[in-house]
Ligand binder design. Structure first.
Ligand code: CAA
Length: 276
C-alpha cells in the first residue's frame, strides 16, 4: 500500500489516508487501496475503526482535481461510482467507523467523513463542498448525505454557495459530534497538539464502543442505517428482528447476568466475534 496505513491496537483499527503532499486528496489509487484495506479488516477481533488523514493540516482535501480534470462524461460517472462504492462499503461496514477529521475536509473529504458513523474534529477543521466552484456537483455522495445529516436547507446553502465552514459551525449544525482542541499549559505553550488530542479523543470513544457487546453494537448500526431508509412501520420491524437476534448471544446472558448478580464491574468477556 502506498497511500493507506492500517494499524490495529487491541480491538480498534486505525486507517490513515497517507498522501500528505497532496493534502490526502483521493485519487483512484487511494480509493482502491482504501477498498482493499476495508476488505482486510479482521472482523473477528476489530470492533471499531477510526479513519483519519496523515499530518496536522488536512483530513482529505477532496477528490483529486488533477485526475478529474481530463475526464469524459462516462469516465466522470465511473469515477463517481468508484468513490461511491467505497464510501458505501464504509457506511455499511459491519462495525462502527469514527472519522477523526484533522484540518481540511473538503469535497470528497467532507463526503468520506459523512460515510462514517460519527465525526469528531480538531478545532482547525474546515468542512465544505466546493464542487460548484470547479464546475461539477459533489460526486461522492455529498448531495445525498449532507442533506440527510444537516437538513436540506443547510445542505443546499453549503453546496450552492461552495462556502467552507469552520469546526464550530460544523458542530452547531450537527455535522460533527465533537470538536477537540490542542492542550495548552498556563504559559500558553502547546503541550498536546490538536492532532494528538483529536486522536486521543477518537481512541477513547472507539475503546468505549469496543467495550460494549459487539453483536449488539453491530445490530444497532444496522437498525439505524436500514431503518432510516424505510417508513416507521417497516423500521420498527427491522428493530424488532435485530433486538430478537441479541437474545441468542452470549453477551445478552452475560450482560444481564452481571446486572442481576450486581456485578459492579459489569464487564463483558472479550470473546472473539466468531465464537459468539
Ligand atoms: N486534488 C489534487 N491535489 C490537491 C487537492 C485536490 N483536491 N487539494 C490540494 N491538493 C494539492 C495541491 O495541488 C498542492 O500540490 P503541489 O504542492 O504539488 O502544488 C498541495 O496539495 C498543497 O495544496 P495547496 O498548495 O493548495 O495548499 P494551501 O494550504 O494553499 O490550500 C486548500 C489548501 C484550501 C485545501 C487548497 O489546496 C484547496 O482548495 N484544495 C482543493 C479543495 C477542493 O476543491 N476540493 C474538492 C475537490 S472536488 C471533489 O471532491 C469532487 C467530489 O465530490 C468527488
Amino acid at each position: 500500500m502506498e497511500y493507506i496505513l492500517y494499524e490495529v491496537n487491541g480491538a480498534v483499527g486505525t486507517i490513515t489516508i497517507n498522501r500528505e503532499k497532496a493534502l490526502n486528496a483521493l485519487n483512484s489509487q487511494v480509493l482502491d487501496e482504501l477498498n482493499a484495506t476495508l476488505d482486510s479488516v479482521d472482523l473477528d477481533t476489530v470492533r471499531c475503526l477510526i479513519l483519519t488523514g496523515a499530518g496536522e493540516k488536512s483530513f482529505v482535501a477532496g477528490a483529486d482535481i488533477g485526475e478529474m480534470s481530463t475526464l469524459t462524461k462516462a469516465e466522470g460517472e465511473a469515477f463517481g461510482k468508484k468513490g461511491n462504492d467505497v464510501f458505501r462499503k464504509l457506511e455499511t461496514f459491519p462495525i462502527p467507523v469514527i472519522a477523526a477529521v484533522n484540518g481540511f475536509a473538503l469535497g470528497g473529504g467532507c463526503e468520506i467523513s459523512m460515510s462514517c458513523d460519527i465525526r469528531i474534529c480538531s478545532d482547525n477543521a474546515v468542512f465544505g463542498q466546493p464542487e460548484v466552484g470547479l464546475g461539477i456537483t459533489p460526486g461522492f455522495g455529498g448531495t445525498q448525505r449532507l442533506a440527510r445529516l444537516v437538513g436540506a436547507g443547510m445542505a443546499k446553502q453549503m453546496i450552492y454557495t461552495a462556502r467552507n465552514i469552520k469546526a464550530a459551525e460544523a458542530y452547531r449544525i450537527g455535522l460533527v459530534n465533537q470538536v477537540v482542541s490542542a492542550e495548552v499549559n498556563e504559559a500558553g505553550e502547546t503541550v498536546v497538539s490538536a492532532k494528538d488530542a483529536l486522536m486521543a479523543a477518537a481512541n477513547k470513544m472507539a475503546a468505549g464502543i469496543a467495550a460494549q457487546a459487539p453483536i449488539a453494537v453491530r445490530n444497532c448500526k444496522k437498525a439505524i442505517n436500514e431503518g432510516l431508509q424505510v417508513d416507521m412501520d417497516q423500521a420498527i420491524v427491522i428493530e424488532e428482528k435485530l433486538f430478537g437476534d441479541c437474545f441468542e448471544t452470549e453477551d445478552q446472558r452475560a450482560g444481564m447476568g452481571n446486572f442481576l448478580e450486581k456485578d459492579k464491574e459489569k464487564k463483558l468477556k472479550v470473546v472473539p466475534f466468531k465464537n459468539r
